[in-house]
Design a protein. Sequence first.
Length: 423
Amino acid sequence: MKETYSTEIPVIDVFIAGIEKQRENLDYTMSELAALVEANNMHAVEDIRQKLDRPTAALYFGKGKAEEFKTESEAQGVKILVVNDELSPTQIRNLEAASGMEVMDRTGLILAIFASRAQSREAKLQVQMAQLQYQLPRLRGMQDKLDQQSGGGLANRGAGETKIELDRRVIENRINHIKKDLAEMDKEESTRRKQRDKSGIPTVALVGYTNSGKSTTMNGLLRLIGQDDDKQVFEKNMLFATLDTSVRNIQFEDKKQILLSDTVGFVSKLPHQLVKAFRTTLAEAAQADLLIQVIDVADKHAEEMIQTTEDTLKAIGVENIPMIYAYNKADLANIDYPTFSDDKFTYSARDEKSLNQLVDIIKKNVFKDNEIMTVLIPFDKGQLVDLINEKATILETDYEESGTKLKIDAPKIIANQLQDYIV
């Protein structure tokens, strides 16, 4: 299902800025920041960087760099500064005063993007909770701005303290309500997952960096098996095009079935509030029998994106699950595809030959414990033949006096139910 977001909102010019710190690839995170501001209907007209051993406590940047922001802001008429890290309330307040610009940190930017993308009730609640958790320690800074505007004074300070405590209680109460709602949703989803587990159908989760082609891969597999367009998931060439985990049942020609999930994409420095909030959404990955990490092989920062994905998976407790590294967009990188070696698959999600090979790779991984067996089903046990037809692959059929003799390729859960009929 392809759609486009509205482009009626005017694009806002901004400066993006960051500090070159040790053990951080600034080129990678700054190019990512530029893509994030674009996803938020902004345009980075300047990329400003500073070498510092560590951020300053007061301004994050040095005083001279803050003055440079002010000069450039006045010269170019740009009023918003987006910083490549999460800033403290004090740093934001001081930097705004020194630069004369409105300051948005990386966390605030990502939260704004998530808020604009959330579609389902669960995603909306998760984003709301993350935003509230982000706002909570910033209440005093927000109140200080109001105090300055009202002229200060002891009376105002007292009223400010009262207002802060009131706002804090309102936010904490709202967070608690959201947690209860999400916990209830989690129970319902856990019940659905348990029912799927009982079915014995293996689960495969597409994970990876945002905009790597997970949704395109899922839609390609759905088209390959002839699924209707209404089963397609949202896809668009943009960061965080979708925040909801979509699960689809895929049945191949040989009757083998999988549950395929398309999860929310990752990004470096993903705010801890969002990692925690989306733990429930990403439970599909935690419960999967196989992970397919989709990687944009045409992106020069592909290796950093792999590390970002694996760090995020570890942060949400997804470990020790078999993984295929699926290097997508090989057609854009002008490299041979499809190819598969060890656990690395190079392909294009828009190429049918690639998708067919991906199906073969999935089958070899998730059905490796299947059993080839021959069973004789009595004629009065027709329900077992129906079960075999639905859940297993029939390789040979013979009819004997005492029943139907079948050679089948069966998932372990089905094979266990047929032990009494093995011949």
